[in-house]
Design a protein around this ligand. Sequence first.
Ligand code: PMP
Length: 326
Amino acid sequence: MQYAENILETIGNTPLVKLNKLTKDLPCLVLAKYETFNPGNSVKDRMAVKMIEDAEAEGLLKPGGTIIEGTSGNTGMGLALVAIVKGYKCIFVLSDKQSKEKMDILRAVGAEVIVCPTDVEPTDPRSYYSVSKRLGEETPNSWYVNQYDNLSNTKAHYESTGPEIWNQTDGKITHFVVGVGTGGTISGVGKYLKEQNPDIKIWGIDTYGSVFKKYHETGIFDENEIYPYVTEGIGEDILPKNVNFDIIDGFTKVTDKDAAVYTQLLAKEEGMFLGNSAGAAVKGLLQLKEHFTKDDVVVVLFHDHGSRYVGKMFNDDWMKKMGYID
Ligand code: PMP
């Protein structure tokens, strides 16, 4: 008989899938690392397990404890799955721009969900950074995860996602393209790949309203770059410790409209029903066209599943209201 001992054993070893139609004008092979095959439907299951195991090993998370995190949904889902198997409670703090589906899904897996306003400074006591930090201090026997600065996040991708991509491409990968939020994925995968072959180029996808691209290019944290945006999962108004700018070769920014339109196109043209950051990643990859040549093998990572966006990017009324389609 072949079976996993529990749901956590099914995390990782996701497939690589060739993109065919959307990338037909590129000279190279483009392969998607398809992370929705994880049990929580996103790449975040990988770092959730690693962060919890490291916190247990360090004595930060004790039996029966409460896991507290500010999460846009996917990390919460991963943490909730691990918490169920290992017997912890979860409290998650979300900003009000996150889709209702994401909140309902977290409640479905037993988490308590607290919603905070988006349009306040990170230092404002109402912000989701501040609220999650305060709950971490006030709740007995609790552990505040802090996926932004918790380096177990990057390590998870260094130990699993990076080696998988290297092995699945027989070491032929030449470029890695990925959306950047906490930075865990790009930094862990990027470090592993560059250690195998320093010529591999690592490209970050950023969004308008986020500080990453400008900071990478100038070393300046420019507050003028910060404004509200619609794209979910990528871009930040802070510099998380998990973003290792040294291993990143360049960023490209994708508009909210393009990210939403390409999220729909991935579903309709490739049969890939994925989240909003996958749309941003594939459009960013097309923007990077001039960097790719005939023999290149480009891997783009798709973080999460389309089901979390049915009320937004997959709802034509919402798309029209936003002015993204006619
Ligand atoms: N896409 C989605 C849907 C996400 O939830 C996240 C995590 N915020 C990212 C992309 C970015 O990944 P990372 O945090 O590893 O940079």
